[in-house]
Design a protein around this ligand. Structure first.
Ligand SMILES: [Zn+2]
Ligand SMILES: [Zn+2]
Length: 630
């Protein structure tokens, strides 16, 4: 039998050879370090046979960042955890323990409730197991044999899993622990160089609240202790930067159970909002957009025309008025198409770029709401461009230019995806070929690198999706530019061409920062709340050292305010040290301390990040002007 290696060479093996046999045939070192085999792209246990002609890749302990290698490592660590739990807490019944993103968990029924203190004990025991040495044996067993074993072992959850399992039954054994499991697993515990148990939670057996409540132990494991350290650091950072916490601490926004998923903006948050809104207005005006305003509620007939009633109804809030069925708009497009249809159009008006920061509502399940990142009420920096087929390229390029202008202002790293036709698409394959090709052409003209994303297009058209990578390595979609040939047809939209005949316009949907709520949430986490000066709700805080300095502090504040800066004077009866500390916590970019030595000619300025200097009031104004420029 032959298999194909990553460098395209063929490897001759005896029939029925396993991944481990293949590794041995290549070299003893590789066999020793092997953790799993990827065969035709999917993970397979090293102990399982390969098939004729398969493309194989053997992953080793050196593939320490490979998600599949980590998956196998963590799954194996979960088995060690179960062994430890049974030994330390006799009578513990084990349920399930899969690897998950960034780690693993195992669900147990402990004989007595356990507290956080158990995490350390269990972790210690896992380390002992690793030090003592563990290796995994895999066996295929009959259903009856497995059932009898787990019944005998007093493991009712495993018995139930045997009874409901589909296909062949396999078990893995290590130390004195046997688990019903499909694998794959490591050869032995040696590659588990770092393991950390993170938290406890309650979890119902099989997610059913009528079944017993179990204790879920979360943990993670890595091939290298440094990777664990980096991960724990990222977790800490993410907690510190949580936008819900920053939103509260910096008095930007809040939530109430009386309006789930619908943000309340405090005055300071509203300053950020208005900066974004002013920016949107200014750039739209510069770039030939027209502002419009359309209703919140529409008769279901509009949503039937747009296709949303069929494809999107579960995400819409519905209202009955005088026995008519209405829906709150989840997006602006149908309203803009309706607006377009209310008057006749000539080719001379095209491209017609209509912009609206409309209030949108989407009926997200309460369980998935998440601060500003998943809300029910939001506003998008949305626009719809009606144009002729010949104008599509220029308009797409202008949209991308606008998008990158914004991303540069906010200093964002972007990634581009081209989302192609989904299964539930409207329209013909020819229309999709045309639309997808138009987007490819535009991307090629910008020179932006992009990847295809099959099936991720909108039901009415393909889209260019713009994703940002944040400072913690997470990815968020912000912008989208979509080419739609369907909606204009469904709404019967038309323009009179220079041939005097009626034509259907193309429609480009585009949002660049996306939902402003979500953008603010993401950007807060990205910056840790240290907003650029142009966006900071309070740009300068002035601290008079004593009462006699208040008048001078106020007059400097007045001068800066007259220049258009956002300035506060902190006159509280607190020490200067305390007030400086508070200004730092509030992430104010500029703090001025005004005492006996200060004058128009010498102002003592502390900049966020620690840099200090003494400058003239004129120089401070100049510096602020350039820092706050937008
Ligand atoms: Zn397992
Ligand atoms: Zn739209």
């Amino acid at each position: 039998m032959r298999v194909i290696l990553p460098d395209e060479t063929e490897l001759e093996l005896p029939d029925g050879a396993s991944g481990l046999d293949a590794a041995r045939a290549i070299g003893p070192k590789l066999a020793e370090q092997a953790v799993l085999v990827r065969a035709n792209g999917s993970v397979r246990d090293l102990r399982l046979p390969l098939a004729e002609g398969e493309q194989i890749q053997i992953l080793t302990t050196r593939d320490r960042e490979d998600p599949d290698a980590l998956y196998v490592l963590r799954h194996s660590a979960a088995h060690l955890l179960a062994e430890a739990a049974r030994r330390l807490y006799p009578g513990t019944k084990v349920a399930i323990g899969p690897p998950i993103e960034n780690g693993f968990y195992y669900d147990f029924e402990f004989p007595e409730p356990v507290t956080e203190e158990a995490l350390e004990r269990l972790e210690e025991e896992i380390r002992r197991e690793v030090a003592e040495g563990r290796s995994w044996e895999r066996r295929e067993t009959g259903r009856e044999e497995a059932r009898a074993y787990f019944e005998e072992a007093g493991e009712p959850y495993k018995v139930e899993l045997v009874d409901t399992a589909e296909g062949d039954i396999s078990i893995y054994e290590q130390g004195d622990f046997v688990d019903l499991c499909r694998g794959p697993h490591l050869q032995n515990a040696e590659p588990i160089k770092a393991v950390k148990l993170l938290s406890l939670a309650g979890a119902y057996w099989r997610g059913d609240e009528n079944r017993p409540q179990l204790t879920r132990v979360y943990g993670t494991a890595f091939f290298d202790p440094e990777d664990l350290e980096a991960y724990l650091h990222r977790l800490e950072e993410a907690k510190r930067r949580d936008h819900r916490r920053l939103g509260k601490d910096l008095h930007l926004f809040d939530f109430s159970e009386l309006a789930p998923g619908m943000p309340f903006w405090h005055p300071r948050g509203m300053v950020i909002w208005n900066v974004l809104e002013d920016l949107r207005r200014r750039e739209n005006a510069r770039r030939g957009y027209h502002e419009v305003r359309t209703p919140q509620l529409y008769d279901s007939e509009l949503w039937r025309t747009s296709g949303h009633w069929d494809k999107y109804q579960e995400h819409m809030f519905r209202v009955e008025i005088e026995e008519r069925d209405f829906g709150l708009k989840p997006m602006n497009c149908p309203g803009h198409c309706l607006l377009y249809s209310l008057s006749p159009h000539s080719y001379r008006e095209l491209p017609l770029r209509l912009a609206e920061a409309g209030n949108l509502h989407r009926n997200e399940l309460s369980g998935v709401l998440l601060g500003m990142l998943r809300v029910r009420h939001f506003v998008q920096d949305d626009a719809h461009i009606f144009c002729t087929a010949e104008q599509i390229q220029d308009e797409l390029l202008a949209c991308l230019d606008y998008a990158y202008y914004l991303y540069d202002l906010f200093d964002l790293e972007m990634r581009v995806e081209l989302s192609l036709r989904p299964d539930n698409k409207l329209g013909t394959d020819e229309e999709w070929d045309f639309a997808e090709e138009e987007l490819r052409k535009a991307l090629a003209a910008t020179g932006l690198e992009y990847v295809d994303s099959q099936g991720e297009g909108s039901f009415y058209g393909p889209k260019i999706d713009l994703h940002m990578d944040d400072s913690l390595g997470r990815s968020w979609q912000l912008g989208t530019v979509q080419l739609d040939l369907q909606m204009p047809k469904r709404f019967g939209l038309a323009y009179q061409g220079d041939d005097n005949a009626e034509h259907t316009p193309a429609l480009i949907h585009r949002a660049l920062l996306g939902s402003l709520e979500r953008f603010v949430g993401i950007y807060l986490e990205h910056t840790g709340g240290e907003l650029p000066v142009f966006l900071a709700p309070e740009q300068v805080r002035i601290l008079p050292v004593a009462d006699v300095h208040k008048a001078d502090a106020e007059s400097l504040a007045d001068r800066l305010r007259a220049e258009g800066f956002r300035v506060e004077v902190d006159e509280r009866e607190e020490t200067v040290g305390r007030r400086i500390r508070d200004a730092e916590l509030a992430k104010i970019p500029y703090v001025v301390v005004w005492g006996d030595r200060e004058s128009e000619e010498s102002v003592s300025v502390r900049r966020r990040g620690g840099e200090q200097s003494v400058v003239s009031a004129d120089a401070l104004v100049e510096e602020l002007r350039s820092a706050a420029r937008l």
